[in-house]
Design a protein around this ligand. Structure first.
Ligand SMILES: Cc1cc2nc3c(=O)[nH]c(=O)nc-3n(C[C@H](O)[C@H](O)[C@H](O)COP(=O)(O)OP(=O)(O)OC[C@H]3O[C@@H](n4cnc5c(N)ncnc54)[C@H](O)[C@@H]3O)c2cc1C
Length: 397
């Protein structure tokens, strides 16, 4: 072991892991497919003691407090804009809510002194040798690493190469979600406003920093669709088709979609992997146990990165023991959080008019709403977080 660790993916789990590995004395390299750090996406949140403890131990709390959105209350309206349901800011925003792109940037900056970053490249082959892993890259040069970690999301490339095809690990939950930026022509104030038709949610919220800008967020029910994940124009057509003919502000949102410079589009799915490691390769974040939205994926990714790096440091080179400890500590916790994602599509875009009415009625009751909030906090804090003191002499053996 010389402590070299290749991490695939520079979004949330990847940079968080790079930070901790670097602090523990490893030599992390992060490879990201995109040519630069990816912005985009809407707000993501941290809630409960465990998330906040890890952020505190990373020294990130002040940075995140500076850029937090303050939470976004959400109003569901009918076709004429009359309020049907009001959800308070903490419902979707937890205790710290930040834009996903902002969080990725903070984690990247925080980890940069401790890691090498390579953008615009991707692993094409992983070959285990007696002393490590030989890694071939799209851009041509092969390198050797002690360990390889897949932090490359729900559609993980490392999982496909080391564990098998995506279809064996990812289940479609019957919905798609998309976000894109647009000008705030609706004169929106704080928070977002959403309109439901059966199986569909169209919503829009003002940018918390620049009130001239807004972000659209849509969800629609559909069986698994066949499309090119790298073709935003094709994805725009799928959204257009799903929302065609709806009233409220939907035509305006669809018009903005056609011009949108940036689109995040994904199925609402979950990843289930029997064992998160195989040989010298291990998974973290959404690649291991993700849910597209509503499964506290961001908080879990940050917690998992902390534990994986800590266990690797503690194991003094015995990566098998470290991977086993990491998974033993986190699997149940991560699955508990992930389960919330199974209901997200149906919650945001119930399939029938009756379902929409029922959701609105239930959530208008403060008692029910509070119970849901408390449950989220409890689930996100059910893990024992060890202390992993820094002792860089233990990394190599
Ligand atoms: C652009 C974007 C927008 C998002 N928007 C939202 C949102 O609005 N709401 C929400 O709840 N969640 C959103 N997410 C998901 C959220 O970030 C994750 O659920 C969670 O934070 C866990 O993060 P992760 O790092 O495990 O995975 P992800 O955030 O999915 O990151 C995976 C990273 O791996 C990279 N990657 C993919 N393939 C390769 C490859 N072959 N080689 C190298 N790198 C690769 C991706 O480009 C990405 O940077 C978004 C993710 C992305 C990438």
């Amino acid at each position: 072991m010389n402590g070299s660790v290749l991490i695939s993916g520079a979004s949330i789990a990847g940079p968080a892991l790079a930070y901790w590995l670097g602090r523990h004395g490893f030599k992390p390299t992060v490879v990201e497919l995109a040519p630069a750090l990816r912005g985009g996406g809407q707000a993501v949140d941290f809630r409960g003691e465990t998330h906040l403890t890890v952020l505190e131990r990373m020294g990130l709390t002040p940075d995140l407090r500076r850029i937090e959105t303050g939470g976004s209350p959400m109003r569901f309206v009918d076709e004429r804009g009359r309020t049907l349901l009001h959800l308070p800011a903490e419902f979707a925003g937890g205790e710290i809510e930040v834009l996903r792109g902002d969080l990725a940037r903070v984690l990247y900056e925080h980890s940069r002194p401790h890691a090498e970053y390579i953008f615009g490249d991707s692993i094409t082959r992983l070959t285990e040798t007696l002393s490590g892993v030989r890694v071939d890259f799209q851009q041509g040069v092969s390198r050797d690493f002690d360990l390889v970690i897949g932090a490359d999301g729900l559609h993980s490339n490392v999982r496909r190469l080391a564990f098998g095809p995506e279809a064996d690990y990812v289940s479609h939950l019957g919905y798609y979600a998309a976000t894109w930026p647009l000008p705030n022509d609706l004169g929106l104030g704080k928070g977002s406003v959403g309109y439901n038709a059966p199986g569909r949610l169209a919503s829009v919220g003002a940018d918390h920093r620049d009130p001239a800008q807004a972000g659209a967020f849509v969800v629609f029910a559909a069986p698994e669709l066949s499309y090119d994940r790298n073709d935003p124009e094709q994805q725009k057509r799928l959204i257009d088709k799903a929302f065609a003919g709806l009233g409220w502000e939907v035509p305006r949102l669809l018009a903005s979609l056609r011009q949108a410079p940036d689109l995040y589009f994904d199925s609402i799915s979950r990843a289930d992997v029997d064992t998160w490691s195989t040989g010298r390769v291990c998974l973290v974040g959404d690649a291991a146990c993700g849910a597209t939205i509503g499964g506290m994926g961001t908080g879990t990714a940050v917690v998992a990165a902390y534990v994986l790096a800590g266990e690797l440091a503690r194991a003094q080179g015995d990566y098998r023991a470290a991977f086993t400890q990491y998974e033993g500590r986190l699997r149940k916790y991560a699955q508990g959080c992930q389960a919330g994602g199974d209901r997200t599509g149906r919650f945001l875009a119930p399939g029938t008019a009756t379902g929409i009415r029922l959701r609105n009625t239930l959530l208008s009751r403060p008692l029910f709403l509070n119970r849901m909030l408390k449950l989220g906090e409890k689930i996100s804090s059910t893990v024992d977080l060890p202390d992993y003191p820094f002792d860089t002499s233990r990394v190599m053996r």
